[in-house]
Design a protein around this ligand. Structure first.
Ligand code: C2E
Ligand code: MG
Ligand code: MG
Ligand code: MG
Length: 285
């Protein structure tokens, strides 16, 4: 790398970075058309209640299949969409699609089935959406607010803008539930839990990944569950891949889990198929 940086130490214009930058520009241009061109899809990952072994919720996860670039990961394109402003249009599309799906699934799986969507902090910020339209739309679809959950991150709560707190309150007043995603990875300030009304904490995948009986990840997860329950919140563990991780989560009284152990995120039809046939007993003893 030092050699590539050249004798004068200039990094800025090495060919690799130039390629990365031009790729970013091309992706942001392509993103602007992605909604119109019908290149976006939502996949749904089942969220299982540990106590009953039943699928109670689904997290909607965005997929982008570009004709030239192929499948682009949301971890790669969401930050670009945030920077170039496309996130607003994409976020509206995600909401519309997930809300319609929730309305369809209501008749099949009952009214306590919940779909969650990920919402970027940018969507809440100045120049962002008037979520009043989203709430109207829930009404038009005849959906209870509680059939929808928003997955937000701590970054959003760190912003002291009162408008953000107001928008969150507006959702909660309509019955929409709020999940704090990737919990444990950021500052994890407890002040947020004091200040905002949150319904779920999602224990980040990195904790679950490192979970063994003696690990700090396990002890911290246990502490998170205890704290959450004392505050009246439910806990969802993400990224559960092994029966060992599952057993430890059960031991500490975690409420829900999602992960490859039970299922990867699936296209709509496959999700429905799984729910019709699924018995969690195969993976969750
Ligand atoms: P996230 O919200 O924390 O979503 C969880 C990620 O973990 C998803 O990655 C999911 O596919 C993956 N995952 C689930 N179970 C397992 C497992 O057992 N093992 C492993 N290794 N991974 C697992 P994905 O779908 O690539 O999404 C990445 C991130 O992109 C999401 O993290 C979220 O922050 C963002 N994202 C996805 N869809 C949307 C969206 O519609 N809007 C916004 N604003 N962000 C989104
Ligand atoms: Mg999420
Ligand atoms: Mg997460
Ligand atoms: Mg994550």
């Amino acid at each position: 790398a030092a050699k590539r940086a050249g004798r004068n130490g200039y990094q800025a214009f090495n060919p690799e970075m130039q390629r990365a930058m031009s790729m970013r520009v091309r992706l942001s241009q392509a993103l602007r058309d992605a909604v119109q061109a019908g290149q976006l899809r939502l996949h749904y990952q089942p969220i299982v209640e540990l106590a009953s072994g039943r699928v109670r919720k689904a997290e909607a996860l965005l997929r982008w299949e570009h004709p030239e670039f192929g499948e682009v990961s949301p971890a790669a394109f969401i930050p670009i969409a945030e920077d170039c402003g496309s996130i607003h249009c994409i976020g509206d599309w995600v909401f519309e699609r997930a809300a319609c799906q929730a309305a369809r699934w209501r008749s099949r799986f009952g009214t306590d089935f919940q779909v969650s969507i990920n919402v970027s902090p940018r969507q809440f910020q100045a120049g962002g959406r008037d979520f009043g339209r989203w709430l109207e739309r829930l009404g038009e679809l005849g959906l209870d607010g509680s059939m929808l959950a928003l997955e937000i991150t701590e970054t959003l709560l760190m912003d002291t803008d009162q408008a953000i707190a107001d928008k969150l309150a507006q959702f909660r007043a309509a019955g929409v539930q709020i999940a704090l995603d990737d919990f444990g990875t950021g500052y994890s300030s407890l002040a947020y839990l004091k200040e905002f009304r949150i319904d779920y904490l999602k224990i980040d995948r990195t904790f679950v990944r490192d979970m063994t009986p003696d690990s700090k990840s396990f002890l911290l997860s246990e502490a998170i569950v205890t704290m959450a329950h004392r505050l009246g919140l439910k806990v969802i563990a993400e990224g559960v891949e092994t029966p060992q991780q599952y057993a430890l989560l059960e031991r500490i009284g975690c409420d829900y889990f999602q992960g490859y152990l039970f299922s990867r995120p699936l296209p709509e039809d496959a999700f429905e198929g799984l729910l019709r046939s699924a018995s969690c007993e195969a993976v969750c003893p």
